[in-house]
Design a protein around this ligand. Structure first.
Ligand code: SF4
Ligand code: SF4
Length: 485
């Protein structure tokens, strides 16, 4: 007689109900009384189907228990011992996977000297001072990159071109000419190009603002919050803070550029962790539509690195802001805490990642000389090069990278219920922490699991109390392009 056993899931409560997040299918499943009873009984140990039905017979009719067991087997919340689990084989992406987003590092120079910057500080992986890379991308390289992007987009009708730096606007002429060339080539090849950029806002001026608005360019501003926080790390080379320079320019941009929502992207450090205060300032006083937060990427020894206790404090803060988000979502009001929204979308779509992000797959970064790397953060690093815009991708290198970084090969993650959404975390973070892109980011697992649990609860609460809110995620939203930071 085969025995029933629990399979891999994470249980949680929301809206006064029991839910499980099923790891094999990355689905959220609401438990009714009988399925909760079956699961609870199985927590005490494996048991045969018949004995289980007998034990629960005082509470539920036998037919209901039977149906519940079948349903739980179907969704793979439980399994039968001895019946070999249909373990999906390691699924590799198809060859010539289309490029969705190309990030063009139009310069590796910056007019700020942010203390924590991964490109210039002690964590840098690309030698921007003494290396061979040109400081600015030429028009010709930008054009070759556009051709590369349209070629690599395959059958995709839309390609996303994101401009990045250094400080992107230090090479505004090349950005402009690349856009015009991309439009022309896209029209000739029957495609469309969506444009976006990330900037520190110091170089925004009326004609640039006009250009961005007229051309519907998506803009993400790197900013850390109110003056006292922004000026701690986001400083000029003479140490002077940048808040007084950027705040009025951003307000001008927000006033004029109304064709697309403009977002802020905040780097959190151990010294700037007051997330609610930062959010309030950036949305209510500056006027951003949404705000995304990410902990600083750095080795643990730097004084601004977020240590374990800092991750706890950060989680508490994230949860407080997420509670505000939920309150707004229940009333169909906008709330711009984009970290929650992005995770809700992934949960809704049942995302189960073989890789933490699109780097080296649907997303690639191009350095100033046209070398193609995993993503913008690796652009210019020979060790993480996948090819060049002229010669294309070296498929053997790409396949080797994808083979090595697949979640099935991250044994540390194999027992973790959060792996469908985390998949080991950012390669650049892993490289900075451990010197190895394939290492899972085990320093922040508790934080990831805590945050994923919070988002699952919000998702479940909305699915019970305002399911209409979740319908927006039925539409495909490509946020990969807007998350470049
Ligand atoms: S890095 Fe940590 S949280 Fe992420 S999947 Fe691996 S074990 Fe889980
Ligand atoms: S998550 Fe990390 S590796 Fe992936 S695209 Fe972003 S910076 Fe690059």
């Amino acid at each position: 007689m085969s025995q029933l056993a629990l399979r891999e899931f994470h249980s949680f409560q929301a809206a006064g109900k029991d839910f499980v997040y099923l790891v094999p299918s990355a689905a959220v499943f609401e438990l009714d009384d009988s399925s909760a009873a079956v699961i609870n009984r199985l927590r005490a140990g494996n048991i045969s189907r018949e004995d289980l039905a007998r034990q629960l017979s005082a509470l539920f009719p036998a037919s209901e228990v039977d149906e519940t067991i079948s349903e739980l087997l179907r969704v793979r919340a439980i399994g039968e011992i001895g019946v070999p689990e249909k373990k999906s084989p390691k699924v590799m992406p198809p060859e010539n996977f289309p490029l969705t987003t190309m990030v063009l590092n139009v310069t590796n120079q910056c007019n700020l000297s942010c203390t924590y910057c991964y490109e210039y500080g002690e964590d840098k992986i690309v030698d921007t001072e003494n290396g061979k890379k040109p400081k600015f991308m030429s028009e010709e390289t930008a054009r070759e990159s556009v051709d590369f992007m349209l070629r690599e987009a395959g059958a995709n009708k839309v390609a996303h071109l994101t401009f990045f730096g250094g400080e992107t606007l230090m090479n505004f002429p090349v950005l402009k000419s690349a856009m015009s060339y991309a439009r022309q080539r896209a029209a000739e090849t029957g495609k469309q190009v969506d444009f976006s950029l990330t900037t520190n806002a110091t170089l925004l001026r009326p004609e640039i603002i006009e250009f961005l608005a007229e051309n519907r360019v998506g803009v993400t501003i790197s900013i850390d919050g109110p003056k006292e926080m922004q000026d701690q790390f986001r400083v000029f080379s003479n140490g002077k803070g940048s808040y007084d320079i950027v705040a009025p320019k951003i307000k001008e941009l927000l006033k004029r550029h109304r064709s697309r929502p403009i977002g802020a992207r905040v780097t959190l450090t151990s010294q700037t962790l007051d997330i609610r205060k930062i959010y309030k300032h950036l949305t209510e006083e500056i006027g951003f539509w949404d705000v995304g937060f990410a902990p600083v990427t750095t080795s643990p020894s730097t004084k601004y690195a977020i240590a374990e206790s800092g991750f706890d404090a950060m989680l508490e803060q994230f949860r407080a802001l997420a509670a505000d988000f939920l309150e707004a979502a229940l009333e169909n009001r906008h709330h711009g805490f984009s970290n929650v929204k992005d995770t809700l979308e992934e949960i809704h779509k049942g995302v189960s990642k073989a890789y933490p992000c699109g780097a080296g797959l649907g997303l690639m970064g191009v350095s100033t000389d046209g070398d193609v790397a995993l993503c913008h953060r690796f652009a210019g690093s020979d060790a993480h090069k996948l090819g060049t815009v002229r010669d294309g991708i070296d498929r053997l290198v790409q396949i080797g990278f994808l083979e090595k970084h697949h979640i099935d090969d991250k044994t540390d993650c194999s027992q973790c219920w959060a792996r469908p959404l985390c998949s080991g975390g950012c390669y650049h973070e892993a490289h900075t922490r451990y010197g190895e892109t394939a290492r899972p980011n085990l320093h922040y697992c508790e934080w990831i699991r805590g945050w994923t649990d919070t988002c699952l609860k919000i998702y479940a609460e909305l699915s019970v109390s305002n399911p209409k809110y979740l319908e927006q995620f039925d539409e495909k939203v490509d946020y990969e392009a807007s998350q470049v930071s």
